[in-house]
Design a protein around this ligand. Structure first.
Ligand SMILES: [Zn+2]
Length: 434
């Protein structure tokens, strides 16, 4: 069965009709018919209890909302739920620099005198970019250990073939750099999880649908042809992080293995889904990944507090359904998302897509029911707040530019020939040397 045999969301009657915005009745026909995939859900215990600060838009509490909603929809009957162990600093230094990890570990406010702490924080602001966007809140290192532990455990389970799909909504912190924090992200759990997958997978495809450019992951693998990164994001003006233009394509062995899809404000469901499928389908057929990592930042939804797109939850979920339809080992991660009631709906809905469960539009009761007022529905109207500034001509230009890059990938001998992955040490050595 090719991907074209699957019903697509954009040509279904559900698309523009709010009454039917849920998984179609014939979901079983969409899932590969011979068997349902095994799904493992990672929820680090207590990960929703950390606070970036009263006025900070990042609220880990959204993870608690998401999991409670998924449980209320009985999705646990179709997947296993795991509470992973904390990631260690040794695991973090598989990518991050030791001094940076050491700083995060030592900066616990409770363990320092006021003077020592002040000095340490000032040093951190200069050297590691902590401060405003990335505040050193109480137990910040433990928070990093939890979400990173989730992504590493999920990747390990995929590597050992203990699951087909692994989900960690607390992960997906795509901006963190090797030696510094960035954009609310401290430790880059995605890079660490991909390194784990590369132990057995010759090629890993990374797809990022957060509204912000997945710069931290792109940077980590910019010189490698074993990881192809594709990021769909808003680009232009002062929008964070300012990178992700069409011309960023990778370098050395990684030339053409970084794909960027720079978009303008207000992109709507139809244009986004069409572009997403037109790029992802040929990317998979040319690159031939043996595993996929999908970052599902929910700040690309309409009405996000920081985002400027116009996507509905159903459209965001359609990207997840499309990626799942290829039947490859899949690691699904969270990311941004700053209207927490939308984030919880979106990620619960996508958990339903991944487990093949049809979810009624009326939300089941949870102890957080009041967060979903006034409609208490899975698919509230989110679109329409922004004018779509992406013309069909702009989008076609982007698509053509990406197709041009993919032509080179098809011709890359190391990808075509190299079925057995080289040692991970070699990959890391190459990156450090550069
Ligand atoms: Zn984001």
């Amino acid at each position: 069965m090719t991907v074209h045999d699957y019903p697509t969301f954009s040509d279904s009657p559900f698309f523009f009709d709010n009454r039917f915005l849920s998984i179609p009745e014939d979901e079983a026909a969409i899932v590969r018919p011979h068997s349902l995939p095994k799904v493992s859900y990672y929820h680090p215990k207590g990960v929703g209890e950390y606070h970036y600060g009263d006025r900070h838009p990042m609220r880990p509490f959204r993870l608690e909302l998401t999991t409670q909603l998924a449980l209320a929809y009985s999705l646990h009957e179709r997947m296993t739920i795991h509470s992973p162990r904390l990631a260690t600093s040794e695991e973090m230094t598989m990518y991050h620099s030791e001094d940076y990890v050491d700083f995060l570990q030592r900066v616990l406010p409770a363990s320092k005198s006021a003077i020592k702490l002040k000095n340490l924080l000032e040093y951190g602001e200069k050297k590691y970019n902590v401060g405003n966007d990335c505040p050193v809140f109480s137990d910040v290192f433990e928070f990093c250990q939890k979400y990173t532990g989730g992504s590493l455990a999920a990747a390990k389970r995929l590597v050992s073939e203990g699951t087909d799909i692994a989900i960690n909504w607390s992960g997906g912190l795509h901006h963190a750099k090797k030696g510094e924090a960035s954009g609310f992200c401290f430790i880059n759990d995605i890079v660490l999880a991909i390194l784990e997958l590369l132990r057995v997978h010759p090629r890993v495809l990374y797809i990022d649908i957060d509204i912000h450019h997945g710069d931290g992951v792109q940077d980590a693998f910019y010189l490698s042809d074993r990881v192809l990164t594709v990021s769909f994001h808003k680009y232009g003006g002062l929008f964070f992080p300012g990178t992700g233009g069409l011309s960023e394509t990778g370098a050395k062995d990684g030339k053409n293995f970084a794909i960027n899809v720079p978009l303008k404000d207000g992109i709507d469901d139809e244009s986004y889904i069409s572009l997403f499928k037109n790029i992802i389908e040929p990317t998979i057929s040319r690159f031939r990944p043996s595993a996929i990592v999908l970052q599902c930042g929910a700040d690309s939804l309409g009405a996000d507090r920081l985002g400027t797109f116009n996507l509905s939850i159903a459209a965001h979920g359609e990207c997840v359904r499309f990626v799942k339809s290829f039947g490859l080992p899949l690691l699904v991660l969270g990311g941004g998302g700053y209207r927490i009631s939308s984030v919880a709906r979106c990620w619960a809905y996508e958990t339903g897509i991944l487990t093949g469960v049809k979810m009624p539009d009326q939300l089941p009761r949870t102890k957080y029911h009041e967060y979903y007022a006034p409609d208490y529905s899975l698919h509230p109207p989110l679109a329409g707040g922004k004018e779509n500034k992406n013309s069909p001509v702009d989008l076609e230009k982007i698509r053509i530019a990406v197709m041009e890059k993919l032509r080179y990938i098809a011709a890359a001998p190391s990808v075509q020939m190299q079925e057995i992955p080289p040692g991970l040490e070699d990959l890391l050595k190459t990156r450090q040397d550069d």
